[in-house]
Design a protein around this ligand. Structure first.
Ligand SMILES: *[C@@H]1O[C@H](CO)[C@@H](O)[C@H](O)[C@H]1NC(C)=O
Ligand SMILES: *[C@@H]1O[C@H](CO)[C@@H](O)[C@H](O)[C@H]1NC(C)=O
Ligand SMILES: *[C@@H]1O[C@H](CO)[C@@H](O)[C@H](O)[C@H]1NC(C)=O
Ligand SMILES: *[C@@H]1O[C@H](CO)[C@@H](O)[C@H](O)[C@H]1NC(C)=O
Ligand SMILES: *[C@@H]1O[C@H](CO)[C@@H](O)[C@H](O)[C@H]1NC(C)=O
Ligand SMILES: *[C@@H]1O[C@H](CO)[C@@H](O)[C@H](O)[C@H]1NC(C)=O
Ligand SMILES: *[C@@H]1O[C@H](CO)[C@@H](O)[C@H](O)[C@H]1NC(C)=O
Ligand SMILES: *[C@@H]1O[C@H](CO)[C@@H](O)[C@H](O)[C@H]1NC(C)=O
Ligand SMILES: *[C@@H]1O[C@H](CO)[C@@H](O)[C@H](O)[C@H]1NC(C)=O
Ligand SMILES: *[C@@H]1O[C@H](CO)[C@@H](O)[C@H](O)[C@H]1NC(C)=O
Ligand SMILES: *[C@@H]1O[C@H](CO)[C@@H](O)[C@H](O)[C@H]1NC(C)=O
Ligand SMILES: [Zn+2]
Length: 768
């Protein structure tokens, strides 16, 4: 880039955009700075959690089942599920880091699913939670732990509770305290955070209240068609001798934990499978739990027969694992403009660079891809559930530490130590991935910076120190997040490492996205510590996106390739080695029963919420078109549909943000069928149903539409139906939020000509 370089209009636009982005950041920092100054009296920017209010539920600590004691040596088990769907509008979705991918409706609901296992005497217990969210943030974690403490005293704590996210990229953002995550979230949202925190706590409450004697089984199997490695050239950097031990460049294992009570009643399932929950791409605006959420949905529908989604006692979680380099978009990377493969080391196309190199599939569209991947994982888990025989017995255990991850000394060998680095993101972070590409001026594998962006970075964020620059090599630093001054850090430095064990199953809670080989090394290291003689048949599983989010963790060798995952390994090339060392320490303590001697480590900061501003648009008072009211039908259904068709109705709507606190565990829509015998309308589908979609069109000046679609399945019974919509509208004078509802006209479903002959015969007159 010479000095006499002229800029194309595209380039100018890009530069303007970038400068705007950085200006936003600067505005943000300025605001935080001002806030900090106005808060100067609070000498400290971090606060410890206030003491819990007196608990009202201490009496429920021991489940009543313990007193019956027909099975004194059986575990106490419980499972619970609660809605954690929050905002459906005006908030960016979390995952693709695209500030303009705003939520605008709902496909499937988000749930938190909690599982508790206690030793037979009820004293020692562990909790595993999987929530349909992008990742668990430190803010969510600290708020959940605080609420659990106020409800249960010391029963549920940071060391025996794991919180894991499924990594759906179609849930709302806004629940983070560190700056970088707030930049793409339009700030911090109390409403987004509350929905998740309350849902998680409620799921634990339900699991706790339902605890009873039961059995826990583990099983594993192979699923080989539902994912591919999205950075195979990085994987190839790992030593050949190591790669030779594994048949694939992704982990094909599905690991399940099954819970059954002593009466043989099915209680719950947790399945772990390494795949990104990104079958829904960055063009989607509907809240969705994606492929893993759909697997949960199918399993729960199968076990809770006759229940609507989100109801029924059986709880099935499909949790995340070492999915760092694993995509469900199995058609592989192709150039969107030519259709040709772009599986080169930089993931670029001749035209458009990284922005046009995208992977989709296996379906023809995002809904079909989500369905296919979800079904495959569900079917494998069901097969493993049905055939589980390996029983976990009597013990549970756990170990946890907080660690300053920016300053861990790693022992490489007897003569050499290495250290982790202050957090920073590399150039190829901005290239994004084949699941959701980034900016045109970046590619994968960038091991050198660019004078233009370096200068911009230096001017806006400051010059990275030589020490940090050297520490991250060969990563060229794009965002020196660990060295930006301000009251709130851009990235966490204090993170959780945690293991819980249930019998011979060890669950490792990792604070980010481990790649395939990173995960293999971690599992192997932990297994060796837990079972040095290799006689105990131990199963080790990685629970991804747990407790606090720190992006990616690649192996040292993959790090050298500097694709997206390596550029996003924020603590530098020795990050994985540090985790191996830390998790070995936890495992050793469990194996040797010395957990009590582990240092707790430095407590993570809990920032005052007044320092976490949100920049969400004001909610206009809602306005209905002339001569219409809220819930009025603008475009009605047709009188007749066949299975396989889509019934659609458009209503005058209010902004769904008005509904957020009212619609938890409720529904924005119902598909109702008229029952002739009882002469009542019976709800057959709700907004959590796979078959329904709620699209919200924001419009302008407070006028908005809700379009409800029902994708009529082939199983739909013939009869008379209607579609109803529920919402809330905001009024200015008086300033209130009022519920409204509307209903489509009635319509009929008839059998299609695809159905069996006897049926066709009976209805012949209709079709011939
Ligand atoms: C959610 O609503 C259903 C139906 O009203 C109810 O049965 C269930 O108990 C509720 N669940 C929670 C967690 O509140
Ligand atoms: C698992 O068992 C259930 C009955 O509990 C049965 O309906 C289902 O077909 C079985 N599925 C598989 C894959 O074995
Ligand atoms: C890093 O850790 C070492 C001990 O391992 C400690 O002496 C040093 O002060 C720490 N540095 C920072 C910046 O926290
Ligand atoms: C120890 O590790 C360093 C850095 O990787 C390496 O240069 C050195 O050769 C190693 N020493 C031994 C004895 O393996
Ligand atoms: C490596 O670090 C450990 C722990 O901080 C220290 O005891 C040891 O002396 C160091 N070894 C070398 C070769 O620097
Ligand atoms: C950004 O990419 C465009 C299109 O490839 C290119 O023309 C331009 O020179 C690049 N700008 C910078 C600052 O690298
Ligand atoms: C941040 O603060 C440190 C210490 O006060 C200072 O050395 C450094 O230059 C500052 N960085 C920026 C970008 O202002
Ligand atoms: C940092 O590195 C640059 C270039 O290598 C050098 O010119 C500069 O003096 C170094 N700064 C410090 C404080 O060592
Ligand atoms: C947070 O900041 C607000 C506003 O300055 C202040 O009133 C409040 O006491 C602070 N809260 C804590 C827990 O420090
Ligand atoms: C609203 O209703 C009034 C009275 O029925 C009618 O005169 C008017 O034309 C309607 N306006 C519109 C825009 O439909
Ligand atoms: C609502 O739907 C009507 C009928 O299709 C359409 O004319 C109108 O533009 C839509 N309004 C918004 C805000 O999308
Ligand atoms: Zn990811």
């Amino acid at each position: 880039m010479g000095n006499r370089k002229t800029f194309s209009s595209l380039e100018v636009a890009l530069i303007v955009l970038t400068v705007l982005l950085f200006c936003t950041s600067i505005g943000f920092i300025t605001m935080l700075f001002i806030l900090e100054n106005t808060l100067r009296e609070d000498s400290s920017t971090t606060t410890t959690l206030p003491p819990p209010p007196p608990s009202s539920s201490q009496t429920t600590l021991k489940p009543s089942a313990t007193t019956t004691d027909a099975y004194p040596h059986a575990y106490l088990i419980g499972a619970g599920r609660a809605d954690c769907t929050g905002l459906l509008a005006d908030i960016p979705l979390m995952g693709y880091a695209s500030g303009d991918q705003l939520a605008a409706g709902l496909h499937t609901r988000q749930y938190s699913r909690a599982f508790i296992v206690a030793e037979p005497d009820g004293s020692k217990r562990v909790v595993f939670v999987s929530a349909d969210i992008g990742m668990v943030s430190q803010r969510v974690r600290l708020e959940v732990i605080k609420k659990l403490k106020s409800k249960y005293g010391d029963l549920y704590r940071q060391d025996n509770v794991i919180l894991s996210g499924t990594h759906t990229h179609s849930g709302p953002a806004g629940y983070f305290q560190y700056t970088i995550f707030r930049l793409t979230s339009q700030g911090f949202s109390r409403e987004a955070t509350d929905a998740i925190v309350n849902g998680i706590v409620k799921s634990i409450d339900i699991a706790h209240a339902g605890m009873r004697r039961g059995r826990v089984f583990v099983n594993r199997g192979i699923l080989d068609k539902s994912h591919i490695n999205r950075s195979p050239t990085s994987y190839l950097r790992n030593p050949e001798s190591e790669r030779a031990r594994y048949p694939f460049d992704t982990d094909k294992d599905v690991m399940i934990m099954k819970m059954v009570d002593m009466n043989g009643v099915d209680v719950g399932l947790v399945s772990w499978f390494a795949v990104h929950a990104v079958s829904m791409p960055n063009t989607n605006h509907l809240i969705s739990s994606d492929n893993l959420g759909y697997a949960s949905y199918l399993f729960e529908q199968a076990k809770n027969e006759g229940s609507l989604p989100g109801e029924g006692s059986f709880v099935a979680a499909f949790a995340s694992s070492n999915l760092g380099d694993v995509t469900p978009n199995t058609k592989g990377p192709h150039c969107t403009n030519t259709g040709l493969p772009c599986a080169n080391p930089t993931s670029t196309c001749p035209e458009g660079g990284v922005t046009t190199c995208i992977s989709t599939g296996p379906g023809e569209n995002m809904f079909e891809s989500t369905r296919i991947i979800g079904e495959q994982i569900f079917e494998k888990a069901m097969e493993l559930y049905n055939s589980s025989a390996k029983e976990m017995l009597e013990t549970v255990n756990f170990a946890h530490q907080w660690v300053d991850m920016s300053n861990v000394t790693v022992k490489l060998n007897d003569t050499h130590n290495a250290t982790t680095c202050k957090p920073a993101l590399g150039y190829s972070f901005a290239a994004g991935t084949i699941d959701g590409p980034g900016l045109i001026n970046f590619t994968h594998g960038m091991t050198e910076g660019d004078p233009f962006w370096d200068a911009l970075r230096d001017a806006l964020l400051g010059v990275p120190s030589n020490e940090t620059t050297k520490c991250h090599q060969p990563k060229p630093i794009l965002l020196n997040t660990g060295e930006i001054n301000g009251s709130i850090p851009w990235h966490p430095t204090i993170i959780d490492v945690q293991i819980i064990t249930i019998g011979s199953l060890a669950i490792l809670a990792v604070p980010g996205e481990f790649t395939t080989m990173s995960g293999r090394r971690l599992r192997e290291a932990v297994k060796k510590e837990l079972d040095p003689s290799d006689t105990k048949n131990i199963d080790v599983v990685i629970a991804g996106l747990s407790n606090v989010y720190t992006h990616y963790i690649t192996t040292f060798e993959e790090y050298q390739a500097q694709r997206y995952e390596a550029a996003s390994t924020i603590y530098g090339p020795h990050t994985l080695s540090a985790y191996l060392q830390l998790f070995r320490g936890l495992a050793k303590a469990i194996a040797e029963d010395t957990v009590a001697e582990l240092p707790k480590g430095p407590e993570p900061p809990f920032f005052n919420e007044s320092q976490l501003p949100g920049f969400f648009p004001n909610i206009f008072p809602d306005i209905a078109p002339t001569n219409k009211t809220f819930g009025s039908v603008l475009v009605d259904v047709q009188p007749l549909y066949l299975p396989g068709e889509v019934a659609s109705v458009t209503f005058v709507a209010g902004n769904p943000r008005n509904s957020v606190t009212y619609m938890s565990n409720d529904t924005y829509l119902k598909v109702e069928k008229y029952e002739d015998v009882t002469a009542v309308w019976h709800t057959v589908y709700i907004d959590a149903s796979w078959e329904t979609r709620y699209y919200w069109d924001k419009g302008t000046g407070g006028q908005s539409n809700a379009t409800i679609e029902w994708h009529i399945p082939s199983s739909a019974a013939p009869g008379i139906y209607r579609i109803r919509h529920f919402g809330h509208r905001k009024r200015l004078f008086p300033s209130t939020i009022n519920p409204y509802e509307g209903s489509s006209s009635e319509f009929e479903i008839r059998r299609s000509i695809r159905l069996p002959c006897h049926y066709l015969y009976n209805n012949a007159a209709l079709y011939i």
